[in-house]
Write a protein that binds this ligand. Structure first.
Ligand code: NDP
Ligand code: 2IT
Length: 444
């Protein structure tokens, strides 16, 4: 049995109840075969893959808080410190009722390779809780965040582990968590990224994941002698990533005709009105029905359905496993040219393969959404030097990073004879740096 198959079998046995983690590991290890097979004996002796698939450390803790009725609520908090070979653990905190250890491990595992691709010195980590911020008052969210940080603050720090936002964790939650960290630890340091601009946040971090996704997509199009101008784009999600992806796509001259949330989706043939979407989602924290109510050109549909709309480019920006095989078939049938993932693992493995086999240019989240964490690393740099850069400086660095990522993954794929397979390219390019650092640091 090949070393990759041996490790896959072990990981499956050991983590049988964590389907998302297994899916992430399977995708990465399968695509690393050309690299691993060429150095099989060495990597097997070093147990390199077993080490990469085992978190360095993971924390699970009780998060008690009091709701507005005086009732005590209890949630579960997690932080997985997956790999620190190339830098302090770095990765977001997800607050969503679906969160469990398998979800956090899949996200932490992907983060290792994504962070490596940015070219910046950040290791992989992820955390979160099954707390649902939806429908909670600001005071309830604060009570949860303070309780969560009261425990989490023991394990993190500006040079050890630096959490940030993810689903359900935005500027409001980061603010409450930062305040509690400072109060308990007595340290004013860059322990979180995605902070507000008045207390150490970086300009362009809010926009970074969505903007970065479009900078990479634009480079992909350019490499195939195409441009964004006049393209029809379909986006899922209506959160941080989706909103700024829509905004940048429009600035590049494309027309974005959909967005979605966890209950329904919008088809707006005249193009999504970003200001209205921001008002509905960022200010009112309301449903997309409010968008449709305020916009005569928009249709609202219950459930899921954005992938049935004819497009040139599809950008899944909501959550994992939201683009399934039937969606992939529909996209191909409608002539879609490119799929770039703003979310983490939104496309299932069979859907990814179908898209690739049918000539769709497919860039996975580890490369395509790396602009968020890259800009978080730029926030860390600014915090360390106690300076802040202008929007233009940060944005220029972000553009540069995304263009480099595209060419690195494209070149890595070519080097191993998989030209145009950006999934293989991203996994190999991300893995090479981490593997070299782990080998140099000995058995640890
Ligand atoms: P937000 O919480 O801001 O937005 C998430 C969006 O996706 C919302 O519109 C939400 O709907 C929808 N959504 C969430 N869960 C589900 C679900 N189970 N089914 C259907 N729709 C759902 O999160 P982000 O925009 O920050 O994150 C989106 C994705 O991007 C995630 O996969 C995240 O891991 C990834 N990502 C985020 C980065 C960042 O910097 N924020 C960086 C890189 C990746 P509703 O409005 O109803 O809640
Ligand atoms: O998935 C991700 O890369 C994020 N949620 C952002 C992580 C970060 O540290 O900015």
């Amino acid at each position: 049995m090949s070393y990759v198959d041996e490790v896959l079998a072990k990981v499956k046995e050991k983590n049988a109840s964590e389907p998302e983690f297994l899916q992430a590991v399977e995708e990465v290890l399968n695509s690393l075969r050309p690299v691993i097979d060429a150095n099989e004996d060495k990597y097997r002796r070093e147990a390199l893959l077993e080490r990469i698939c085992e978190p360095e450390r993971q924390f699970k803790f009780r998060v008690p808080w009091v709701d507005d009725k005086g009732q005590v609520q209890v949630n579960t908090g997690y932080r997985v410190q997956f790999n620190s070979a190339i830098g302090p653990y770095k990765g977001g905190l997800r607050l969503h009722p679906s969160v469990n250890i398998g979800i956090i491990k899949f996200l932490g595992f992907e983060q290792i390779f994504k962070n490596s691709l940015t070219g910046l010195p950040i290791g992989g980590g992820k955390g979160g809780s099954d707390f649902d911020p939806k429908g909670k008052s600001d005071r309830e969210v604060m009570a949860f965040c303070q309780s969560f940080m009261t425990e989490l603050c023991k394990y993190i720090g500006a040079d050890t582990d630096v959490p940030a936002g993810d689903i359900g964790t935005g500027a409001r939650e980061i603010g409450y968590m930062f305040g509690q960290y400072k109060r308990i630890r007595g340290l004013y340091e860059g322990v979180l990224t995605g902070k507000g601009l008045t207390y150490g946040g970086s300009l362009a971090r809010t926009e970074a994941t969505g903007y970065g996704l479009l900078y990479l997509t634009q480079e992909l199009m350019k490499d195939h002698n195409e441009s964004m101008e006049g393209k029809t784009v379909v986006v899922s999600g209506a959160g941080n990533v989706a909103i700024y992806a829509i905004q940048k796509a429009q600035q590049m001259g494309a027309k974005v005709v959909t967005c979605s949330d966890s209950t329904g989706w919008i088809y707006d043939p005249e193009g999504i009105d970003v200001d209205l979407l921001k008002e509905v989602k960022e200010v009112k924290r309301a449903r997309l029905t409010e968008y449709a109510a305020a916009r005569p050109s928009a249709e609202y549909h219950e459930g899921r359905g954005v992938w049935q709309i004819k497009c040139d480019i599809a950008l899944p920006c909501a959550t994992q496993n939201e683009l399934l095989i039937d969606d992939a078939k529909q996209l191909v049938a409608n002539g879609c040219k490119a799929v770039c993932e703003g979310a983490n693992m939104p496309t299932t493995i069979d859907a990814t393969e179908y898209l690739q086999e049918n000539g769709v240019w497919f860039v996975g989240g580890k490369a395509a959404n790396a602009g968020g964490v890259a800009t978080s690393a730029l926030e860390m740099s600014q915090n360390s030097e106690r300076l802040s850069w202008t929007f233009e400086e940060v944005d220029a660095k972000l553009q540069n990073i995304m263009v480099n990522i595209y060419h690195n993954i494209s070149d890595a794929a070519k080097r191993y004879g998989f030209e145009g397979n950006y999934v293989v390219g991203a996994n190999i390019a991300g893995f090479e740096k981490v593997a070299e650092a782990m080998e140099a640091q000995g058995v640890c």
